[in-house]
Design a protein around this ligand. Structure first.
Ligand SMILES: [Cu+2]
Length: 351
């Protein structure tokens, strides 16, 4: 008789062979021998050393074909949606977006599917970007199979908050299947924010993929830079209230195979958000470089010069750096367990 134990990342990855019935375990162990190492307490070597004999990445595995999902984590990194704009009488800029919630199966590791709920068919949703003081209208349509909302971080009237039970008198609050609502508010304050569904159970709706980045630029803008979007996310593939797959922009290990190419000496600005459910913290660490940290992006001077940042859920930071040397540098969660389960990648610094 075959006893099938449920697949949990903490106990099963170290013995992936014992759970061969689980596609996730099999795929992850195939992709990543460091995962197995991280889960095995007897091992003490660093699981993240690229090219070491313990690294499983050079064995022909690759990332998910972007054509499968209809979105590409690399493209998302430099994709900013400024909306449809027009100038109002008085000179103010109006920005408008259409966001549609849909159910969609996505692939988060080659061979591992996840039944997601999405904004506009992608996880994370589009990175909405505005300038402080703009008037914003987000036309939301719920084409999914559950009631949803869009809850924006920022400063706005209660009825525009996307919270169930609030704003129902004007058609807001929870937006039923087939219903629509337009959120309208001013872009403020400048900084790095986010949006996500606020239907309950909240953890369930966020974990399914209904979130995205919301950037408000300061009125005077920020210095020109190569700007990168990094949404730290994770997936509970078997609904056991524990994540099995971690990533930046959804596809585990994607940036191991498609390094983020940047220019030596050029200013790089990273918009970093943690939206991971079910874990209290996440983190970002870069090898061989240091960055300036602007918490929430709401002040124009950095508060820290470091190489690691810890974030709770919903926390975000703007990070700025210049790479003085060419070459490949890892970035990964300095929560090694998450790194081993997909949250790691490379910068490739070129002349
Ligand atoms: Cu929802």
């Amino acid at each position: 008789m075959i006893v099938r134990r449920s697949f949990t990342r903490r106990r099963a990855l170290g013995a992936a062979a014992a759970v061969a019935g689980s596609g996730v375990a099999a795929r992850l162990s195939q992709l990543s021998s460091p995962a197995a190492e991280a889960a095995a307490p007897a091992h003490h070597h660093h699981p993240l050393v690229p090219g070491s004999s313990h690294s499983g990445f050079a064995h022909g595995s690759t990332t998910v074909d972007p054509a499968v999902n209809g979105f590409d984590p690399s493209a998302i990194m430099r994709d900013f949606d400024w909306g449809k704009t027009r100038r109002l009488a008085g000179g103010r800029v109006l920005r408008e977006w259409e966001l549609v919630a849909t159910d969609k199966e996505i692939e988060i590791v080659p061979g591992v599917k996840f039944s997601a709920w999405t904004y506009n068919g992608r996880v994370p949703g589009p990175t909405l970007r505005a300038r402080e003081g703009d008037l914003l209208r987000i036309h939301f349509a719920n084409a999914g199979t559950h009631p949803h909302t869009i809850h924006f971080h920022g400063i706005h009237p209660a009825v525009m908050d996307g919270t169930p039970g609030i704003g129902e008198e004007i058609g807001g609050g929870l937006i039923d299947v087939g219903e629509k609502f337009t959120y309208e508010f001013d872009a403020q304050p400048f900084g790095l924010h986010l949006y996500h569904c606020h239907a309950s159970p909240l953890a369930g709706h966020i974990a399914k993929g209904l979130y995205g980045m919301f950037i408000v630029d300061p009125p005077q803008g920020r210095p020109h830079a190569d700007e990168l979007v990094m949404v730290q996310n994770a997936f509970d593939t078997n609904f056991n209230d524990d994540n099995e797959v971690y990533a930046v922009n959804t596809v585990a290990f994607h940036f191991m195979y498609r390094p983020v190419r940047v220019k030596r000496g050029e200013l790089v600005r990273i918009y970093l958000v943690n939206i991971v459910e079910l874990d209290p913290i996440n983190s970002f660490h870069i090898h061989g470089n240091f960055f300036h940290r602007f918490p929430t992006g709401t002040l124009l001077s950095p508060t820290e010069y470091t190489d690691t940042v810890i974030q709770g859920q919903g926390q975000r930071d703007v990070l700025e750096l210049r790479f003085p040397h060419t070459g490949k540098y890892m970035f990964h969660a300095h929560k090694s367990e998450f790194a081993a389960l997909g949250w790691m990648g490379f910068f490739e610094v070129v002349e």
